[in-house]
Design a protein. Structure first.
Length: 211
């Protein structure tokens, strides 16, 4: 079934971060993500897109897998008009940071938000911390020579036993590689000299994975 879905590494990485039973996929495109989530993780999915053509493609694929009774498809701008509970997961993928910020601003949001932005990751992180979220997990993958950073945010503040913060800086990418995060790749350095007070004040945490 997985091969039939033709799900990409990027979508699989996003799906692996989902741990709730209800998912709102914003900008649903072809719909493979929520088809996968419905079949393999028994999720209830709501697919939204502002494009009626995108919604038509979604519905066609949903019908192909006989899931029309399990997936809701809604034409809307972002999450406008969508009933969202705190325990749900919102997924935003394949769009720029400013668009993501516009979608999330002044909305009733869930406690779990998974984002794969194609640019300005530093601005995304700053915005999410500002509205009260921390980084619960972060995945970096390369697919077809395109680099993706997928971040799972959770509402609240988390303080680790090792106090620190992930700091990122732009560097030039290897020659010939395409990039999904604007004109620069972002790599991460872990610093462990930050106090618990600083961590609590800023809602920052050190990554679980230091490999």
């Amino acid at each position: 079934m997985l091969e039939m879905l033709n799900i990409s590494k990027r979508l699989k990485a996003i799906a692996d971060l989902v741990d709730t039973k209800k998912v709102i996929d914003v900008g649903c495109d072809h719909g493979y993500l929520y088809i996968y989530l419905t079949i393999y993780k028994d999720c209830h999915c709501i697919a939204t897109d502002i494009s009626k053509n995108a919604i038509k493609n979604c519905i066609d694929n949903i019908n192909l897998y006989n899931l029309k009774d399990k997936i809701e498809v809604i034409v809307t701008d972002g999450i406008n008009g969508i009933k969202i509970n705190k325990e749900d997961t919102i997924v935003l993928s394949g769009m720029g940071t400013q668009t993501i910020i516009d979608i999330l601003t002044n909305q009733n949001l869930s406690n779990n938000i998974i984002i794969s932005s194609n640019n300005h990751l530093e601005e995304l992180r700053k915005f999410m911390v500002k509205i009260g979220y921390y980084i619960d997990n972060e995945v970096y993958i390369v697919e077809h020579n395109i680099h993706y950073v997928i971040i799972k945010f959770k509402k609240g503040i988390r303080v680790d036993s090792i106090k620190g913060v992930s700091i990122f800086f732009p560097v030039k990418s290897p020659k010939g590689l395409k990039k999904s995060a604007g004109d620069k790749l972002f790599f991460f350095i872990e610093f462990f000299a930050f106090s618990e007070l600083y961590t609590k004040m800023h809602g920052l945490r050190v990554s679980d994975n230091h490999s």
